[in-house]
Design a protein around this ligand. Structure first.
Ligand SMILES: [Zn+2]
Length: 503
């Protein structure tokens, strides 16, 4: 929206996120969950095929992971768990209903703090089961259309995390989704890979005139005679970046419609990533009637305080806490703290490197050095290789030795980075190389002597410098650096040369 429109309208976003949780077996049977690239319809049994008479048995671990997600997002945890049947009729749902939760979700009233400090309110997190996978095909010779259904995905444990409508920009929605994915990954709740469908985001978006609505008890209410604009749901979003893009697109589209005097209709749209647009799918005039009813085949499950405390022990320090600690204790910039803590592996790498470095320097310096090297050379290498920092094959202890040697002026930063690259490209052993350079430095003797030698051997450059061509000092510095195998400090070399040339 342009300035004129952002002054006129507020953006209101709620987000529904589905996450498949990491369990070995499905939600209500013992079929294995890992269906990626497996032969279709090989992970099935009478329960997940919905055959008559088959009885569901809830997966304890799945429920624990749902509770874990709730604890990590500051939710209240129910002490009794009820399941409900949600009816709809699609071939991907063999029972004709999905086992889900309606009135009483396992987790409720939580929040996640996003980067701008806002606490995004979570209304509920409930447990349900995934549906089967349908693929649509056309027969080559006849053009006849048909659908194939793979039930391997049917009944894989799924949690749904629903926010209240209190996200106010596309950027914040993206940030919130990123935080949720980080929590799921840090706690091994899910790999949350959106490309594999392990995490799915469905925003609902509305725009309202400023000053004519209020947010009360988790709801958007009109003020006075104002008629709220309905919300639009967007589906088929395949990445977190696309969450932001799809919302931005919808905000533009809806504000343009309102400005044209048109009425926005409540509808579901699909994100078309190739075109970068949302496309109309269907109007939604009333709430879907799923004819919810209590699931009669699953008795109520009691959750004790002890259960909850036992699950709470699985919580590790999460990105938001790490960011605060890095900034407060070590003066790391917010940007660096955010990048470093974006994955658990990268944060662990950083913390190990910091600890090792702290044996040779003070706490803050060790953290600063670790952060600078990770944000600089290490990320450059990782990006080049298309890998995570923890996977590029640089041992943290070796890197610490390299940083300490550079800080002790054994060699320059350029030389240190060169060594780091060579250790990856040529498999050089960093410790051995440091030792070699240390002894080379000792054997070449004092800097004064090398400087004198270089002056003696390069009379033309010396004459040039003395006649006013100051650039030739660079040539002489280079010669000295060569003789010292890059172990001298270039500034020291330059200063020593200038002093010597004055004589
Ligand atoms: Zn099964």
């Amino acid at each position: 929206m342009n300035k004129e429109l952002t002054d006129k309208y507020d953006v209101i976003i709620g987000l529904e996120i589905h996450i498949q949780t990491n369990t070995k077996s499905k939600m209500f049977c013992s079929c294995p969950t890992g269906y990626f690239q497996k032969q279709p319809n090989t992970h099935v049994c009478p329960v997940c095929l919905g055959l008559p008479g088959a009885l569901p048995v809830p997966n304890k671990r799945a429920i624990e992971l749902c509770i874990l997600m709730g604890l990590a997002t500051n939710c209240n945890i129910a002490n009794e768990i009820y399941f409900d049947r949600k009816h709809y009729f699609y071939p991907d749902l063999p029972k004709g209903y999905q086992i889900s939760q309606y009135k009483d979700p396992i987790c409720s009233d939580g929040y996640v703090e996003i980067s701008n400090g806002q606490k995004v309110a979570i209304e509920r997190i409930h447990q349900e089961e995934d549906v089967a996978k349908s693929t649509h095909h056309t027969e080559g010779s006849t053009g006849k259309e048909y659908t194939l259904v793979d039930y391997n995905k049917s009944s894989v444990p799924l949690i749904e995390i629903v926010t209240k409508p209190n996200i106010t920009s596309a950027k914040d929605a993206k940030d919130y989704a990123t935080k949720i994915r980080q929590i799921a990954r840090y706690l091994n709740i899910s790999d949350a890979d959106m490309e594999k469908g392990q995490m799915r985001c469905e925003p609902n978006i509305s725009i309202q005139e400023k000053g004519k609505w209020e947010y009360k008890d988790g709801k958007i209410l009109p003020i006075g005679e104002y008629k709220l604009n309905p919300k639009v749901e967007v589906k088929n979003i395949g990445s977190i970046t696309a969450v932001e893009k799809a919302i931005e697109y919808e905000v533009e589209r809806m504000s343009a419609e309102l400005e044209d005097g048109e009425e926005i209709k409540q509808q579901t749209r699909g994100w078309n990533a190739a075109k970068g647009i949302t496309e109309f799918q269907r109007y939604k005039e009333s709430a879907d009637d799923y004819r919810y009813m209590p699931e009669p085949d699953i008795p109520v499950i009691d959750i004790s305080k002890e259960d909850i405390e036992r699950i709470r022990k699985e919580i590790v320090e999460l990105p938001n806490e790490k960011i605060k600690r890095y900034m407060q204790d070590w003066d790391i910039t917010e940007y660096a703290a955010d990048v470093i803590s974006s994955t658990k592996e990268s944060a662990e790498y950083f913390e190990k490197l910091q600890k090792k470095l702290s044996e040779s320097m003070n706490e803050k310096d060790s953290a600063k050095e670790a952060s600078n090297w990770i944000m600089g050379p290490l990320y450059a290498i990782a990006n080049k290789q298309g890998k995570e920092i923890a996977d590029i094959g640089v041992n943290g202890d070796d890197l610490a030795k390299l940083i300490v040697a550079f800080k002790e002026d054994v060699f320059t930063k350029n030389k240190a980075e060169e060594l780091l690259n060579q250790s990856i490209e040529k498999g050089l052993n960093i410790t051995d190389e440091i030792e070699k350079l240390k002894s080379a430095k000792e054997s070449v003797g004092s800097l004064d002597n090398i400087v004198k030698q270089v002056i003696d051997e390069n009379t033309q450059a010396v004459t040039d410098y003395k006649s006013g061509k100051e650039a030739s000092i660079g040539f002489l510095v280079g010669k000295v650096m060569q003789l010292t195998h890059g172990t001298a400090n270039p500034n020291d070399v330059r200063n020593t040369l200038i002093e010597e040339l004055k004589k």
